[in-house]
Design a protein. Structure first.
Lengths: 495, 1135
């Protein structure tokens, strides 16, 4: 019963998972941190491989990439709350000129409806690197690696509030119930490391899940192994229940005892493959108990490395974020497909723990602190990946759920702006030192090469070797994809 | 896939009763294999296709419909031939278009059409704008080309033919031949020769299917397996040790199994188990999700309603009616005590939508949450993906885009609301008596006041008269105070006579009166006046009311309660009358325990308006403009908590120009998303107006209390302060008399209200001997009123047809689509009036709608066997695979209806079949011929659902709290999992790890995945150790268990429903001994370390071994056994 025939039945996991006898399929599956990949196989997109695409590990929905992949892994630096484009990567001299004047155009609805006049950026811009790309003083370290960045200044999104914006940028849909980009990547490409999850979300310090909750990291209707594993980078129990209670010997004895019973049960249950997988799964869990602590143990990293990532900085937020960046590198080294990093709250900015960039007031203070938190660690990550030869195969994506208004909210804040904002990509086949698209002279609306979140993910999937229109999953009477029925790769930023 | 039916199904459909169908379509994979193998004739013959020339059979059955449906509209010879290609004739295909011939007969690999459809050609992906064709269809095409592409189409169709062939009517007609749209077959179970196995009708269908494939049923399951299986499937809980002892032998006796079935169907836990299934179907959630994830207050009433209804075996048709229109049923269903209107709870599931937080595009949000309702509802009860037709006609099923908007109109016409679920009898409790008492109280109070007026007049002139201290400007007496002050200040000055001061005061009152009437005439979009004085109270009738405080009781007193001069009696405290009211709509004419929601008609804001509302209220009563039915709050979704004094509330609605709004006043628990939970709350409203934004604000609401005094000062005009005071007295006397006679004006009511507030009229119970007995009666009766529970509800306003949204874009509305049902069943529009929910409920159940019956029969089967006869319970449309036993499915659907829609009877019917009782061991043949076990030659092994795993942990360890019903519980609770809170943003991690579904859409068939989080939980979670320790302690404390062997056996029975074999027992004893020894060793080591004062080492040891284990090694050993047993796969799998 080859897989293509299974998919010919047109079924997804919802109809088959665990219910159909699946023994032969299962025999080909790997079990791992990511668990049984059965359902992924069943939902496999049947498109035939193309000549020079790379074979993918067992458990991937695709047997081969659709075209040669540039990137193997993605690191998603999610700037929860929304970074102001006009204060970071999209300089607008007009704002300084018209500072304090009313917007000369229609002002779109904002979430707080407390719209003031045009507000000049408090952050001076300067040109950096070979490319001469302007970056504001918010990001002095990232400015240092600007030649690695492909900057999209014309990003747009469809909603104007955090939770729904978060859902859109994670899943393409503005509400709960759809798989996250990381889950799609894990589903399509599988995991290079059978004992590691395909999709990891890192948290550290007091970082919290953004508004919308863990549904942002959901597998939704994709098989369960593609949901993100949240690793708390600095907690004694990095993953829930990863610490054995009692000695490992006692645990081993218990598992061996259980194995005896399970063998008999399996024989009696006609060697049911699901039971077999569950037995295997317990062993994976046992191994993880040592592997996860090893992953999180950075004592083997050199002092220079730690220094570089900011781990020795007294501001614990920089150190905490730096730890996530360092672990992201270690995860990528171990073959994890998709790693998402979580910002921590600023010391006294106005965003909350769920949306730390959300400076509705005192944008200068808040953005200064938030930028400081991520600037050195992210720059270090890019440089470190480059030096280790990993940057070419690792795509770093930097984005918030929307941007901020060029006019002020109240006296010194900025409200949400979904009409035009900046994201950037680095490494993994992105064309460094480029700027794509543009907003109007106020940085308000994207007007040139307008891009959507779908375009962003179509680009990311493209760099991973996937045709975004061909990675589908049938659910509820429809073939779903990360890009819904939209999107195209942004060719201009692909190297 | 589609045309497997187009010409095929009709023939087969007629044979449903004869059942050959069920084996042919056994398995879509097989179908594919067979079709490939035999190319054409054989399969189709068996399928019973109408006679078509053999050569063209495949073309007619599969290829022509594909071309017509998916290709003709863009590739025809009639004018649209994209890429130069027309596929509507043989010639067209062979000649091809700009890229050359589309097909090469006999050479699938060389046929461009096939490559394009397979998405192998870069830049061309056909069909356009929809996913790739499924593999079966592509295989058909390939087989056809390989067979030489026989094609009878000598010429392209004429323009008319083409239009007809590609019209929606034609497509829909063809699609409506799909099996699930056919009438239920009237099939009797097959009669089988030599059937010594079972005469049960289900078994005859199953056996026939097995024999068709040369299979035999497996052996019957062992009694202990059956007991465990039946307990879990019917109640979701494992049998206890005593259940196990009581039933294991009995189920092997004649009638014993049936007895256990009845026993479990009667268990209160039956309702819990099946309510949870139902909750999957309608995506039950306790919160709305998104930022803030607020609670949908009252969801647990719905959950408990389901449990009660399923336990009471309320007929399915009744339950379904209640789900769609329970609040509208002419004869609602009450609970046995007659206190709860059960039917009214049903529609609460419509409110379990995902809500974004403070969206700037409110219409987008509305369209999305109505879509959510349609999606969940249509999958749950129709087994159709109606939501797929939001942007275009359905790609596969006979559902037009118009059908979608016909349903949208029905659900979108309803407002998110809240409903009191006390029965009318309870809501009307003591109302009439209290109303009568009020009349008596009024008489007595008024007489008392009239008698006391001379005393008041004297008081007004006294040196300590109350006006001498009335400093507050809002005070009724303040003008007297201010004038006196001015007089004193001007003493001896020219031109400051009392007469002038009085004149100035009268001028102020006059100006205020003018301002009042002028602001009443400012340009407005709409103006509602709820005073009986001016527009006779008709404006109130345009609004929508709900709640016992607003809906008219049987004696029609509500309007009377709205008249000026109505008053409220203080429910406690020293005062008698709480307030006197001008004419207004209010909720508390009788009691503040009565709730109410008062909402305006929907208004579209065509330009910039300001909403102004003159209202009062307290204790959490709220007022807000409701934008596009959005229920949550946010900066741009304002709300006011009302305060007791009359006040103009104002909302600038500039932001919402272009949107539709309505105005809502609600008592504390009656907002769609209530903010507080007080039993006593009230509001009163006099006016609401949408004025053009630039209009000046109306004058202060308190001005009007002087109007009666101003009136009394007209003839003769007072010339002195004493004369002004006399005007006050005349006005008060006039107001009291009017009150007594029932002719109170608004101004007089306000004057009386102010007099009470300033204690000018005696209002303390201890001063009112004649009124006191009446007041005490009133309070006693009022205290007996029970404030009703509320549920989230769908509230009727006016049924409005929804404009079709072009490509689903809410900014691109087209013509309105009449509200109605799926046109494939009945295209007749719903009559004007309300939303049409009642009609919708009836349409779901009408005899010519086969979907609903099949869907529920299949869902029940799914939960009993682990897989439905149709394996996609939420989708019986084209993308769902064909059912394995269609005739059986129809038989079950008919059986359900014939048994008065009793779900328990249907369940009993299924589980008492021999098929259900088979062992899980497959025969050798079955593993080869039917590896998926679709023919049910044996039982399929199943993993327990998340809730059952959690409940089993609690039950086995003896910490299970079997209490039913009530509010939401945290995951740590010992209550059953069905009571654990379903927070969209934070699903309980244990339940989620074991595939508890995300509440986003109907889930008829849960995933079963294996993720390490499951094993890690069972290995390491603190809870497991705790439960295991409780379990161990319980076992050790059970006196009847005297040996280790008996203790262990009791644990095995509790956890896995069987005793351990001697060999297993000996292994477990070894585990126990080792664990006890290790704990004892650790305890000894700890003692040694402590003596040596090695604190750090000691702490590490305690951390590792656990304090309790060190204190009690024996308990530690038994705890270890418990921890091991819950890790057994047998614990979480069901055979």
């Amino acid at each position: 019963m080859p897989h293509t025939k299974i998919s010919a039945a047109g079924q997804g996991a919802n109809t088959l998972g665990g219910r159909w006898s699946r023994r032969r399929v299962l025999e080909t599956c790997s079990t791992g941190f990511g668990g049984m990949a059965l359902s992924a196989l069943l939902g496999r997109s049947a498109r035939a491989s193309l000549g020079n695409s790379a074979p993918l590990p067992a458990g991937a929905a695709l047997r081969h990439t659709h075209h040669p992949a540039k990137a193997k892994s993605v690191i998603f630096c999610f700037m929860s709350g929304g970074v102001s484009q006009v204060d970071s990567f999209d300089p607008k001299p007009r704002l300084a000129r018209d500072d304090g004047k009313p917007m000369p155009m229609k002002v779109e609805r904002t979430q707080f409806n407390d719209n003031g006049n045009i507000m000049a950026s408090p952050f001076p811009f300067k040109q950096w690197g070979q490319s001469g790309i302007p970056v504001s003083t918010m990001f002095p370290h990232i400015a240092g690696v600007v030649d690695e960045l492909a900057i999209v200044r014309s990003m747009t999104t469809t909603v104007n509030e955090h939770a729904q914006g978060n859902y859109v940028i994670h899943t393409g849909f503005p509400f709960l119930g759809f798989p996250s980009a990381g889950a799609w990547a894990s589903y399509g490409l599988g995991s290079e490391n059978a004992d590691m999850p395909g999709y990891v979300v890192l948290q550290s310090g007091k970082a919290e899940t953004p508004h919308g909750g863990v549904g942002l990291y959901s597998n939704a209707f994709l098989p369960g192994q593609h949901q993100a594993s949240i690793i708390k980078a600095d907690a004694p129990e990095a993953i829930a229940n990863i610490r054995p209670r009692g000695t490992l010997e006692a645990q081993r004895r218990r598992l061996d005892f259980v194995a005896g019973f399970d063998r008999d049960f399996l024989a009696e249950a006609d060697r049911d493959p699901a039971i077999e997988a569950a037995i295997h799964n317990a062993e994976t869990a046992f191994r993880m108990q040592s592997e996860v602590p090893e992953l999180c143990d950075i004592s083997g990293e050199t002092e220079a490395t730690k220094e570089r990532y900011g781990l020795n900085i007294t501001s614990h937020r920089i150190a905490d974020y730096g730890r996530q960046c360092l672990l992201a590198r270690r995860l990528v080294e171990r073959g994890v497909r998709f790693v998402e990093l979580s910002c921590l709250r600023s010391e006294n900015g106005y965003g909350s723990a769920n949306n730390p960039w959300d400076q509705h007031k005192a944008v200068q203070v808040g953005h200064t602190q938030m930028a400081a938190q991520v600037d050195q660690p992210i720059a270090a990550l890019i440089a470190d990946l480059r030096e280790r030869g990993l940057l070419d195969s690792t795509l770093v994506v930097w984005a918030g759920e929307f941007g901020r208004t060029p006019f002020c909210q109240g006296s010194d804040g900025r409200d949400h702006n979904p009409q035009g904002f900046t994201v950037w990509l680095a490494g993994g086949g992105a064309k460094g030192g480029t700027i794509h698209g543009a907003t109007d002279e106020f940085g308000y609306h994207a007007i040139e090469n307008v891009c959507t979140i779908y375009d962003l993910w179509a680009t990311v999937l493209h760099l991973l070797g996937i045709d975004h229109e061909e990675l589908t999953y049938r659910h509820g009477g429809r073939d779903y994809r990360l890009t819904d029925v939209h999107g195209q790769p942004i060719r201009q930023i692909i190297a | 896939m589609e045309e497997r039916l187009a010409s095929g199904w009709l023939g087969a459909g007629q044979q449903l009763g004869g059942f050959p169908m069920q084996t042919i379509i056994l398995n879509p994979l097989w179908c594919l294999c067979r079709r490939l193998a035999v190319a054409t004739a054989l399969v189709w013959t068996v399928l019973g296709l109408p006679a078509v020339a053999a050569d063209f059979e495949l073309f007619e059955a599969r290829i022509r419909p594909l071309l017509v449906d998916r290709c003709y509209s863009c590739h025809n010879a009639e004018g649209t031939a994209d890429g130069g290609l027309a596929v509507d004739s043989r010639e067209g295909l062979l000649t091809g278009g700009d890229s050359g011939p589309a097909i090469v007969p006999g050479d699938p690999a060389g046929s461009l059409l096939l490559s394009v459809l397979r998405h192998e050609v870069d830049g061309i992906k056909m069909p356009k704008d929809s996913g790739k064709l499924d593999d079966a269809t592509l295989a058909d095409l390939s087989a056809w080309i390989a067979a030489g592409a026989p094609d009878p189409r000598d010429a392209p169709p004429s323009k008319e033919e083409l239009a007809k062939a590609t019209s929606w009517e034609t497509i829909m007609g063809r699609r409506s031949r799909w099996w699930s749209f056919q009438p239920l077959a009237e099939a009797s179970p097959p009669t089988l020769a030599n059937n010594t196995w079972s005469e049960h009708s289900i078994d005859r269908f199953i056996l026939a299917g097995l024999r068709e494939q040369g299979l035999e049923p497996a052996a019957d399951a062992a009694p202990q397996t059956l007991v465990r299986r039946l307990f879990f499937v019917l109640t979701g809980l494992p049998p206890t040790a005593s259940d196990f002892a009581a039933w294991t032998d009995r189920v092997s006796q004649p009638g014993g199994f049936e007895e256990l079935v009845d026993h479990l169907l009667a268990s209160p836990h039956f309702g819990e188990q099946w309510a949870r299934h139902w909750m999957d179907w309608i995506r039950y959630a306790d919160t709305h999700g998104s930022e803030g994830d607020p609670e949908i207050v009252g969801t647990s009433h719905y959950r408990d309603y389901l449990i009660r209804a399923l336990n009471a075996d309320v007929p399915f048709d009744q339950l379904l009616r209640e789900h769609v229109a329970g609040d509208l049923l002419p004869i609602p269903r009450f609970n046995a005590a007659g206190t709860v209107n059960e039917s009214a709870i049903g529609p609460a599931h419509f409110r379990m939508v995902f809500h974004g937080y403070s969206p700037t595009d409110a219409l987008d949000e509305k369209v999305r949450f109505v879509d959510d309702q349609i999606n969940a509802f249509s999958k749950a009860f129709l087994g159709l993906t109606v939501s797929c037709a939001r942007c275009h006609n359905h790609k596969f099923d006979p559902i037009s885009q118009a059908d979608y908007y016909a349903l949208f109109g029905v659900l979108g016409s309803c407002r998110p609301g809240r409903l009191e679920i006390a029965t009318p009898r309870l809501q009307a409790r003591n109302r009439a008596e209290l109303g009568a008492l009020k009349s008596a109280i009024r008489q007595q109070m008024a007489r008392h006041w009239l008698e006391a007026l001379p005393a008041l007049a004297a008081r007004m002139e006294a040196t300590d008269a109350p006006w001498r201290t009335a400093e507050k400007t809002a005070s009724l007496l303040h003008p007297l105070y201010a004038a006196e002050k001015a007089r004193a200040a001007a003493e001896g000055k020219e031109g400051a006579s009392e007469a002038l001061l009085v004149e100035q005061q009268l001028a102020k009152w006059s100006a205020a009166g003018r301002a009042r009437s002028e602001s009443g005439e400012a340009p407005a979009l709409v103006r509602w006046n709820f005073g009986t004085g001016q527009s006779g109270g008709d404006d109130a009738k345009q609004w929508f009311t709900s709640g016992s405080g607003l809906t008219a009781p049987a004696d029609g007193r509500a309007e009377q309660l709205n008249r000026a001069g109505d008053f409220s009696v203080a429910a406690d405290g020293p005062k008698a009358v709480a307030r006197v009211w001008p004419s207004s709509v209010k909720t508390h004419g009788i009691s503040t325990k009565h709730g109410g929601r008062f909402t305006s008609p929907t208004v579209r804001l065509d330009k910039e308006y300001s909403l102004r509302v003159l209202a009062a209220g307290n204790d959490g009563a709220t007022l807000r403009p409701v934008i596009q039915n959005y229920t949550r709050l946010g900066r741009i979704y304002p709300l006011d908590k009302l305060t007791p004094e009359w006040k103009w509330y104002a909302y600038d609605l500039t932001y919402w120009v272009g949107d539709e709004i309505h105005v809502e006043l609600a008592t504390a628990r009656d907002m769609p998303l209530p903010l507080s939970n007080g039993d006593r709350s009230w509001f009163s409203v006099r006016e609401a107006v949408l004025v053009e934004k630039q209009q000046p604000s109306p004058s202060a609401a308190t001005d009007e209390q002087y109007a009666a005094i101003f009136a009394a000062a007209q003839t003769p005009q007072p010339q002195s302060l004493a004369a002004l005071r006399a005007c006050y007295m005349r006005a008060i006397e006039g107001a009291v008399r009017a009150w007594l006679e029932g002719t109170t004006s608004d101004a007089q009511a306000l004057l009386l209200d102010a007099c009470l507030a300033e204690e000018l009229l005696e209002n303390r119970i201890d001063q009112l001997a004649s009124v006191r007995p009446l007041l005490e009666d009133y309070r006693r009766l009022e205290a007996e009123i029970v404030s009703s529970e509320r549920v989230p509800a769908m509230e009727e306003s006016v049924g409005r047809d929804q404009p079709l949204l072009v490509r689903g874009d809410h900014k691109n509305p087209s013509a309105a689509v009449p509200r109605g049902f799926l046109s494939v069943i009945d295209a007749t529009p719903y009559p004007p009036g309300d939303s049409g929910r009642l009609q919708l409920a009836n349409d779901l159940l009408r005899p010519d709608n086969p979907l609903t019956r099949r869907v529920i029969a299949n869902r029940i089967w799914h939960h009993l066997f682990g897989r439905g006869l149709a394996s996609t319970p939420d989708n019986l449309g084209h993308l769902g695979p064909l059912p394995s036993h269609p005739a059986l499915l129809d038989d079950l659907a008919r059986y359900l209806e014939s048994q008065r829609w009793s779900l328990k009877t249907l369940i009993r019917h299924v589980v008492t079949s021999r098929t259900w009782r088979l062992d899980s061991k497959a025969g050798a043949q079955a593993a080869v011929i039917d590896p998926e076990n679709r023919l049910l030659s044996h039982a399929s092994v199943r993993r327990l659902e998340a809730e059952s795993i959690r409940d089993s942990l609690l039950a086995a360890s003896g910490s299970f709290d079997p209490q039913l019903f009530g509010g939401m519980q945290p995951g740590e609770s010992p209550r059953r999992s069905i009571y654990v809170r379903v927070a969209r943003n934070a699903i309980d991690p244990l339940l989620r790890a074991f595939d508890f579904p995300e509440p986003a859409s109907s889930v008829g068939c849960r995933d079963v995945t294996n993720v390490p989080a499951q094993a890690l939980y069972l290995l390491n979670d603190k809870r497991i150790t705790q439960l295991a320790r409780m379990w161990a302690a319980k076992v050790l404390a059970t006196e009847s268990l005297v040996t280790d062997e008996s203790r262990l056996q009791s644990m095995f029975v509790a956890a896995i429903g069987r005793q351990a074999s001697p060999e297993e027992l000996s292994r477990t004893l070894t585990l126990l001994a080792n664990a006890q020894q290790e704990a004892a060793d650790s305890a000894a080591r700890l003692a040694a370390i402590r003596t040596e004062e090695q604190q750090a080492l000691a702490a590490a040891l305690v951390e590792q071994t656990g304090e309790q284990a060190l204190a009690d090694p024996r308990l530690a050993g038994w705890t270890e056994v418990g921890r091991a047993i819950v890790l057994l796969k047998e614990f979480i799998y069901l055979r």
